[in-house]
Design a protein around this ligand. Structure first.
Ligand code: SAM
Length: 253
């Protein structure tokens, strides 16, 4: 991806409106960033990592007082996050991510996390240096729970927006769009393409990655997307990990 990024000095604010794991943000470490995701639990974790890393790590240490087994996992999964303290709430999300099946994130129609127990023996819940490094990287970043469209309203000429939306499924059976209870289907991919064009017209630099499907190829044809082989750590079923064809769309040279 590196050769396709804009000149670091040529960009204003960096926007990553489908933040997820924030791989590109942590790679670029831009000075000014607006980071957002529709997933409130995820944004809460980043906010705690930025503002209270020590309290968060202490809350994670508390999990070692319990024996990790299936019953314990499901008792944590059942907890209502909004009833917990700020640090316990963020620690719960990290605990579930590290102990659930394959580190997947999936919710039911009511927005409740519903990935089953992973059965790992001694999962590492966190690495102190990584939390502190992430905390430092996030210091100047604005974090928001937001739909991607609202998050992009503040983008101005010269800003750089990176879209890594939920994947357009390669086949009907591989459809996995349940990051959020609303899902992300063909209609949403088309709306995103419309936003991509309007940001382009505004003078922003825009990059988007997604799977190389006929729908995506046709939505972004005018930008002559690049096809890449991308390694994915996680896919819909957590099996069949490996290289897939990915599309990279850019509106700048
Ligand atoms: C493919 S992941 C992003 C992966 C990320 N780039 C990374 O490095 O891990 C897609 C993210 O989009 C979020 N999302 C889904 N629909 C959204 C929407 N309408 N607005 C904002 N975020 C959304 C999901 O919660 C998920 O975190």
């Amino acid at each position: 991806m590196e050769p396709y990024l804009p000149e670091p000095n040529s960009i204003g604010t960096y926007f990553e409106p489908f933040l997820g794991g924030g791989a590109l943000f942590f790679h670029l470490r831009p000075k000014h960033a607006v980071l957002s995701d529709l997933n409130a639990e995820l944004i809460h974790v980043y906010t705690m990592v930025r503002d209270a890393p020590d309290a968060l790590m202490a809350a994670l240490d508390a999990y070692f007082e319990f024996r990790l087994d299936e019953d314990y996992y499901y008792s944590v999964r059942r907890q209502a996050p909004e009833k917990l303290s700020a640090e316990a709430r963020a620690a719960r999300t990290i605990f579930l991510n590290k102990t659930c099946f394959n580190g997947l994130y999936r919710v039911n129609s009511k927005g409740g996390f519903n990935v089953p127990y992973g059965g790992y023996r001694n999962p590492t819940l966190y690495v102190r240096e990584n939390i502190l490094a992430a905390s430092a990287a996030l210091k100047g970043a604005e974090l928001m729970v937001s739909d991607y469209r609202a998050a992009c309203r503040k983008a101005r000429r010269g800003d750089f927006i990176y879209f890594d939306p939920p994947y357009d499924p390669l086949s009907k059976t591989s459809a996995f769009t349940a990051y959020t209870s609303e899902g992300f289907g063909e209609r949403q991919q088309k709306q995103l393409a419309t936003l991509f064009r309007s940001l382009d017209q505004k003078g922003c630099k825009v990059m988007l990655s997604n799977s190389a499907t006929p729908l995506l190829e046709s939505l972004y044809r005018e930008y002559a997307p690049v096809r890449l082989k991308a390694k994915r750590a996680i896919n819909c079923k957590g099996t069949g990990r490996g290289a897939i064809d990915e599309l990279l769309v850019m509106n700048y040279p």
